[in-house]
Design a protein around this ligand. Structure first.
Ligand SMILES: [Zn+2]
Ligand SMILES: [Zn+2]
Length: 395
């Protein structure tokens, strides 16, 4: 009896163990799958959150960083378009300048020679050609001269920060150009009209090109002003004649007047028919003068504004990028009751001397008024700071 009970108990234990195992297997199999999916989902979620946070996490995050991040896709598109269309812009400058040059030689110069006194003719020829040489030389040098990059191999350069894109030490006044995809020494801006960055080694060429092009446009605009007024009046007169011609009534006689030569209607011979007021050559001449005057006046205004702005920046010892940074710094310091001083400002005249590389008086003629290929002051890595402030800033 006792043995039977023990036997029953052991069987029940075995059965219950088997059942428990079966149930556990039955329950665990789907749970393992579910838990794996849930774990994967949880990992994916936390990874996405980490990615999202890493995009905007910065101990120095402010509204500018967020705005930059938001506009990053637009900057990317603009950078790529500027890079792709760089050559198109350069070709446009060459074609437009050449067209103005052709008109100046074919239309304005003959007028000057036939109208002005020998002294004025000499002045026009000398000034016009000096201006032309300055434009061509500085444009060529500005496009072909490298603005300067920090040395890639040297690690012991005096740096104020590290470029996040190039991962190289960044000297003072150096900035990364997204279009050139490299760091540029004393970067001013990327100029699409040059298809090049404006930096330490070609800043002077860029400014001299802007100045000489503005002067050239003002010269063409002033020299061709009277010719423009005459050409405009002539074109308007021609248009009014055209309207009068088109205004002939469409009657039998009117149609006949259009079909038959005018002489046959009035009893004149064919050879006595009045000539049209302007020949094709004259019309082209007038249109060329109008085109030249409108283009040079527009460029003189637009480029003149840009040149004046750059002249103001050079007088302050700043680049375009530094102007933005410094104006923020001025506001920040003002809130603290302090005055910001630009460490690279040596005073107006000295800034111009440093910019043009003027070391003695004769350099104003040989290095400023005449085309000169001399290198700028300094290597673009280290800077002479103004005595007002010797603490170098990470700008
Ligand atoms: Zn860089
Ligand atoms: Zn660039």
């Amino acid at each position: 009896m006792r043995k039977l009970r023990e036997d029953m108990q052991s069987r029940r234990r075995v059965f219950s163990s088997v059942m428990r195992l079966f149930l556990r297997w039955f329950r665990l199999c789907p749970r393992r799958g579910r838990s794996r999916t849930a774990r994967k989902l949880r990992e994916l979620w936390s990874y996405s959150r980490l990615l999202l946070r890493s995009l905007y996490f910065n101990s120095l995050t402010n509204s500018d960083v967020i705005t930059d991040s938001l506009f990053e896709p637009i900057f990317w598109v603009v950078d790529h378009l500027t890079r792709w269309f760089g050559l198109v812009f350069v070709c446009l400058v060459v074609v437009l300048t050449s067209s103005i040059l052709c008109i100046a030689y074919l239309c304005i110069l003959p007028m000057v020679i036939h109208t002005y006194s020998p002294a004025w003719i000499m002045w026009h020829i000398c000034y016009g050609h000096w201006n032309l040489v300055m434009i061509v030389f500085h444009y060529y040098k500005a496009t072909k001269t490298s603005p300067g990059c920090p040395p890639q191999m040297k690690r012991d350069i005096p740096a104020v920060s590290v470029c996040k894109r190039c991962i190289v030490p960044k000297p003072a006044r150096t900035h990364h150009c997204g279009i050139c995809n490299t760091c540029i020494l004393k970067m001013d801006h990327h100029c699409p009209w040059l298809n090049n960055c404006v930096g330490h080694f070609n800043h002077r060429y860029f400014f001299c090109f802007c100045l000489s092009m503005t002067l050239g446009c003002i010269y063409c605009s002033i020299s061709g002003r009277n010719m423009f007024i005459d050409a405009y009046n002539a074109i308007e007169h021609f248009k009014s004649l055209d309207v009068e011609k088109q205004g002939v009534p469409v009657t039998g006689a009117g149609l006949l007047m259009r079909i038959l030569p005018l002489g046959s209607m009035t009893g004149q011979s064919y050879y006595q028919t009045p000539q049209p007021p302007f020949t094709f050559k004259e019309r082209m001449f007038h249109k060329s003068i109008i085109y030249m005057w409108v283009l040079t006046s527009t460029v003189a205004l637009a480029l003149g504004g840009l040149t004046v702005w750059h002249a103001v920046l050079i007088s302050r010892g700043e680049t375009s990028i530094e102007r933005l940074i410094n104006s923020k710094e001025i506001r920040r310091m003002k809130k603290r009751g302090k005055v910001f001083r630009n460490p690279f400002n040596h005073g107006k005249l000295n800034n111009w001397k440093v910019f043009f590389g003027v070391e003695k008086r004769s350099h104003w003629l040989t290095r400023v008024l005449l085309p000169s290929g001399h290198a700028p002051c300094g290597d673009g890595l280290t800077w002479d700071l103004s005595p007002q402030r010797k603490i170098i800033m990470a700008i």
